[in-house]
Design a protein around this ligand. Sequence first.
Ligand code: PGA
Length: 270
Amino acid sequence: MRVIIEADYDRMSFKAAEVVKGQVTKKPGCVLGLATGSTPIGLYKELIRMSREEGLDFSRVTTFNLDEYYGLGPEHDQSYRYFMEKNLFAELKTRPKKTHVPDGLAKDPETYCEQYEQMIKDAGGIDLQVLGIGRDGHIAFNEPSSSLGSRTRLKTLTEETIQDNARFFASLDEVPRFALTMGVATIFEARRCILMASGVKKAKVVHEAIEGPISSQVTASALQLHRDTIVVLDQEAGCELDRIDYYKHVERMRADLMEKKPAVASAAAV
Ligand code: PGA
């Protein structure tokens, strides 16, 4: 697990955008897994800038979003489909070839979730999955006690998540109580994951997820078993980590090696 700690939110967003850009440049027809929430907004702004000013081309990219509120249609201004259109897809110079967000109005959620899994497989699997983390340690809507072997399914949201997300709705009562979400095992199959976190409110859970035991109580901790996960934090989100000095040392050594011996650096697992 590579842990990158940037000075602030903007730098964290830029770093994450560099990783996405690297993926799209290397494989223009790649499959990106995308997330919603406050955290990735800066990343999406930077990708929009890269697409308009640097010609980063998304026209062959396929995307799959992690989750959607159950009961909200694409026109609802708090649906994740709406969020993605507003904050990324409609703003890119070239729209991705195909975008998928789970259908919050699916009549038969179980069958629909199986189909969503199949669509990911048919597209060749996810090359790079963008993730945020909830204060309860969730990735996507895999709330505490979600099986680490879980697949896409209907999930009951915790009170903490409902309260956290209430800021986007007119009242607490309007926040959906269920979501369709990729499972932990679905996420785990992505070839690379990038987990982002910002702000002091996330510091405790970031420490638990990265340095604590692997547990279904903090589903993000499952990423400790993933062979290629990059964690990108701002200073505040990283402030409770025990090994900050080592993570920073690794990044300095990596940069040094990249300068002196680029071939070794790109092959080395530092
Ligand atoms: P946030 O949500 O980016 O709005 O903090 C993250 C999450 O719940 O996964």
